[in-house]
Ligand binder design. Structure first.
Ligand SMILES: [Zn+2]
Length: 376
């Protein structure tokens, strides 16, 4: 991870680069800002710049052994602490018990999708915390000598999730840190950090990139300018959401086909075919099913809006628009909430590993009734 990977927030990037260049690295730093904009990328880029063996042009080299280990998430001088779902019965009590899942998160979702993190831990509806065990571990590691005479860096993801007891345990080390030790806290919600911790952190704020900057970023990844600006408008300032929508683009055609099939079959009351379709959808697997349900939720919204004759958001493909021109009237005030919440329920059940064939078939049966409802 390099500063060059962060294409906006130049003020925050420059401030951090200047700290390192001038050898005035604070002991404890807070990078805060909205979720999904690359705060963890900046923390990782800073860690890489500090520990890179041959930094050049104000950035880490990206190729030396230290940089490569940072990229892979296993540099022995860089310690990640993150909220976990604690399962005492399985002895899952430390951040490091989830190290493999954490590496997967960093690799697959550099913009840090909190939902994916819960799914990787098999803890969809949990409220993960940073527990006192991890705080004790920080104190222990901080007192050891470094692996390579370089900085020892602790990157704490979501310090707002520190348990009070855990926070108290790391106060002393934040107050009187060892030399060449740096804490970087990365927060989506700095207002929720315990004041005793917050007051000890030097603050760097990142902002949501503009719609234009997001569109530009997508366009440079090969997304067509028209799709890039449509996605950027829907992304609400989040690069995470923008890239999620863009990568779903490849599945749009397939998902559009399923959406049209299930709606046509339900409206036509073709129960046998609905059963067959449910079996096929169940075979898609959990992650893909969740993406398909998110797609269906969006299509239901789009069709409802189209039906209201509000100026179109212009985010539908040609095939979607054609289908919508006939289908939209069937999504109306009498059923839109019911259908949307049925999609939510199906999403929740599938993420909890319920029997997917039954979930999809139940959903199709609900549609069969709901689609017939008309506004009073
Ligand atoms: Zn390097």
């Amino acid at each position: 991870m390099r500063f060059a990977d962060i294409t906006d927030n130049s003020e925050a990037v420059s401030a951090i680069r200047a700290m390192v260049d001038s050898h005035r690295i604070p002991h404890a730093l807070l990078i805060s800002g909205p979720s999904g904009i690359g705060k963890m990328m900046l923390a990782r880029a800073m860690a890489a710049y500090i520990n890179c063996e041959s930094p050049r042009d104000g950035d880490s080299c990206g190729v030396c052994p230290a940089c490569r280990r940072i990229a892979a998430g296993n540099n022995p001088d860089i310690h990640f602490i993150y909220p976990i779902y604690k399962v005492k019965a399985k002895k899952l009590e430390y951040s490091s018990d989830y190290a493999e899942q954490w590496k997967q998160l960093l690799k697959e979702s550099p913009y840090m999708d909190p939902t994916l993190w819960l799914r990787l831990m098999d803890a969809d509806n949990a409220q993960p915390r940073i527990y006192v065990e991890d705080a004790a571990e920080i104190s222990r590691i901080a007192s050891l000598s470094t692996y390579s005479d370089r900085y020892k860096i602790f990157i704490i993801w979501l310090p707002e999730r520190l348990q009070t007891e855990a926070a108290n345990k790391i106060l002393k080390i934040l107050e009187e840190p060892h030399d060449d030790t740096l804490f970087i806290a990365v927060s989506d919600n700095p207002g929720a950090i315990l004041p005793t911790i917050y007051s000890r952190l030097r603050r760097i704020e990142m902002k949501s990139p503009s719609t234009e900057a997001i569109a530009d970023r997508l366009a440079r990844c090969g997304i067509s300018p028209a799709s890039a600006s449509a996605i950027a408008r829907l992304a609400e300032g989040s690069l995470l959401k923008a890239f999620q929508m863009a990568s779903a683009g490849g599945e749009t055609e397939e998902f559009g086909g399923y959406f049209r099939d299930i709606m046509r079959m339900a409206y036509g009351r073709q129960v046998a075919r609905m059963k067959e379709l449910s079996d096929n959808l169940a075979a898609l697997g959990r992650e893909k099913s969740i993406r398909l349900l998110d797609y269906m939720a969006r299509m239901v919204r789009e069709n409802f809006i189209a039906n209201l004759a509000v100026p179109p958001l212009n985010v539908m493909t040609q095939a979607e628009t054609e289908f919508s021109s006939r289908f939209a009237p069937f999504i109306n005030v009498a059923n839109v909430e019911e259908i949307s919440s049925a999609i939510n329920d199906a999403r929740r059940d599938i993420s909890r590993n319920a029997n997917a064939k039954l979930v999809w078939f139940d959903f199709a049966l609900l549609l069969l009734i709901a689609l017939r409802k008309k506004p009073a």
